[in-house]
Design a protein around this ligand. Structure first.
Ligand code: PRX
Length: 650
């Protein structure tokens, strides 16, 4: 990719004086502390958690494997629940609203009861032990939070799979993690329809290639579903048999807490592994300082728990801080395009954390929609998942924040566990398009391909010192972990390109590898290519990213069909559905271009660089090494035609 800044904007915004005065952080003391003694800084953050046994060393760094808070013992669910019971037992921990308008308020005491009972179900009825893997495939309902925390309580490793993934994607993740149990629901609500999650689980488990002994089913949508006697277990009846007290497992700081699958540059998603003490330390600290979290806030992170944002900033971070967390099951456009603002008005939400894709959709739907609601409870806004263009930033600031709420543009990844780069809202000025600076305790740099620090212009974003919530590996594949993240530069390579301005503010420009960011979700082009060639009509496929006005990026697939297969619009539609069913609707190509050939070197290697240039309508440069130079203009024409003719599909 080129390192041109697409979003340079000269404007600088300041937090208001009252915001500054009352902010959790309004001096640069934290930066100074961290600069003077990074280890002591992290010790101080870890001390804010409740430990069963203190650690003996802060960090053992055996690149690329880190151990943090070595030999310390703690339990994440105790930190998110039990330690608040003395002072906050009647405080609302979770405020939930279903797509059908159903409301649930759960206090910290009730959260404790649910999680303890469920922990007992897992331990006593389903024989789940410390270290066992449990896959959670659920809608965004309080039971998903209970399940995450119950796993943490008994030391089981949770692997949450987003409810939008297909049976095949679920099967791959269940098998790779070798899960013993799947927790699901009969169904979830999606724009007025019921998504039958249980059927998808049944399909994923309809083979002999897994070790799942039980499926625990929450009756949420009350839709009919197949019931497998001996394997399927009803959530509610099991809960009724158990007491609300379950002794938490003593976990080593480095015991695994969860696996979360994310797409990479190969065909197979990677199970990113996070452990207990370091992850929770950073989740707790970063939630507090970046979101300026106070005791009376009502905090809403709109992400699903199927993604890392929902792990760190819907569940562990805010609950460990004893916050009131709002959760909404539905989408921003159902029952109408004002639902998010209606919820903010109704629940008096004070902090909102969402993605640029959503903001761009709100912009498109019109200012008049949020203008109908009282959004005066808001005091801080956040953005995550992809670069936010200054137009969207400014719209968010003006129409949602009423020119009065600081925006934190937070850069991080599944692998980093928590926010790495952001402004601190009571301390820094904001520059639309720039995420800001590395948080106190985090070190980042921008390097060229030879690992030298780049001061002017763009380069590769890297994190140069270990941090507590860093991934501890890829589940079952440490070689791949080393190769993907630690072989290109001397330090951790993020896969992103970035630039830095004179004040040290970092603007993240996007991925420099073959990962595409669609609506803030990562999809590997190889994953989509292998799914396309699984279709018996496809001989070869090459997939690249194109710009998309709302979703940031979308997928363009060049497809060579098998001999005698006729190129039709119906087949394009079929192929899109095929990918959607195989991976997820998120991975569905927006454009399919049929072709008889692809730009290849004389040795037969596809020149992806040229396909990317065609997708972005850029000059292709030197094509002399091509076996078939004419193909470039041919594909350009075909893509132009496709763009004109294709009917947008959601
Ligand atoms: O390309 C960056 C982009 O999202 C990628 C990480 O994706 P994932 O692991 O799914 O986690 C998303 C939520 C943390 C990054 O490599 N990204 C994330 N936040 C930003 C961003 N790009 C620009 N600005 C951001 N604030």
């Amino acid at each position: 990719m080129s390192f041109d800044a697409h979003y340079i904007s000269e404007k600088v915004f300041q937090p208001s004086l009252p915001f500054k005065e009352n902010a959790v952080v309004n001096t640069d003391d934290l930066y100074q502390e961290a600069d003077q003694d990074r280890m002591e800084f992290w010790n101080k953050q870890a001390q804010k958690l409740e430990w069963i046994k203190p650690w003996e060393a802060t960090c053992e760094w055996n690149k690329p494997f880190a151990k943090w808070f070595v030999n310390g013992k703690l339990n994440a669910s105790v930190n998110c629940i039990d330690r608040h019971l003395e002072t906050k037992k009647d405080k609302i921990a979770l405020q939930w609203e279903g797509e059908n308008g159903l409301e649930r308020n759960i206090t910290y005491k009730e959260l404790s009861q649910h999680v303890n009972q469920l922990s007992n179900v897992l331990r006593n009825q389903l024989s789940v032990k410390k270290g066992d893997r449990v896959t959670l495939y659920m809608p965004l309902i309080p039971e998903l939070v209970f399940a995450v925390l119950a796993c943490a309580r008994i030391g089981a490793i949770h692997s949450v799979v987003f409810g939008g993934f297909s049976a095949e994607s679920l099967k791959d993740r269940v098998q790779d993690s070798d899960s013993k149990l799947v927790i699901t629901a009969d169904g979830g609500s999606r724009r007025g329809k019921i998504l039958n999650l249980k059927n998808i689980v049944d399909e994923a488990l309809d083979n002999n290639e897994h070790h799942v002994e039980n499926v625990l089913v929450v009756k949420h949508a009350h839709n009919d579903c197949h019931w497998e006697e001996g394997r399927d277990v009803d959530y509610q009846t099991s809960m009724e048999k158990e007491s609300a007290e379950c002794k938490a497992e003593v976990m080593d700081s480095e015991d695994p807490l969860f696996i979360l699958y994310t797409s990479g540059t190969t065909g197979k998603p990677k199970g990113i592994l996070h452990t207990t003490g370091g992850y929770l330390t950073h989740a707790t600290y970063s939630t507090k300082v970046v979101f300026d979290l106070k005791d009376d806030d009502v905090y809403w992170c709109t992400a699903d728990i199927g993604w890392i944002t929902g792990h760190t900033y819907l569940t562990y971070g805010p609950l460990s801080n004893g916050a009131t967390v709002f959760m909404y099951e539905g989408t921003p456009d159902y029952p109408d395009q004002g639902i998010f603002w209606k919820l903010i008005e109704k629940y008096k939400i004070s902090i909102m954390y969402t993605a640029p894709t959503a903001i761009r959709s709100f912009m498109k739907w019109g200012d008049h929609i949020p203008a109908k609601y009282d959004l005066s409870s808001l005091r801080l806004l956040g953005s995550v998942g992809e670069p936010i263009n200054p137009e969207a930033w400014t719209w968010y600031y003006t129409h949602i924040g009423n020119n009065n709420c600081p925006i934190v543009d937070t850069w991080w990844q599944t692998e980093t566990g928590g926010i790495m780069i952001s402004t601190l809202p009571g301390l820094h000025n904001m520059k639309p398009g720039y995420a800001g600076k590395p948080l106190p305790g985090i070190s980042a740099d921008i390097c060229d391909h030879k690992d030298a620090s780049v001061q002017k212009g763009g380069g590769l974003l890297s994190l140069t010192e270990p941090w507590p919530s860093m991934a501890r590996g890829i589940w079952g594949d440490n070689e791949r972990f080393k190769e993907v993240y630690w072989s290109q530069l001397d330090s951790y390579f993020t896969g992103d390109g970035a630039i830095r301005d004179k004040d040290g503010y970092i603007m993240v420009l996007g991925r420099v590898d073959d990962v595409i960011n669609i609506a803030g979700h990562r999809i590997g082009t190889m994953e989509v290519e292998s799914s396309l060639v699984d279709c018996d009509k496809v001989a070869e496929a090459a997939v690249v990213g194109v710009q998309d006005e709302i979703k940031g990026q979308a997928l363009l697939a060049f497809v060579i069909l098998k001999k005698d297969t006729v190129e039709t619009d119906e087949l394009k539609y079929e192929l899109k559905q095929f990918v959607s069913k195989k991976i997820s609707p998120i991975a569905k190509p927006k454009f399919i271009v049929f072709t008889e050939d692809l730009p290849k070197t004389r040795s037969g290697k596809i020149m992806r660089r040229l396909l990317k240039a065609i997708a972005l309508n850029q000059e292709v440069g030197d094509t002399t090494s091509l076996a078939n130079p004419g193909i470039v203009s041919e594909l350009r024409e075909r893509f132009k035609k496709e763009k004109k003719e294709s009917i947008p599909q959601i």
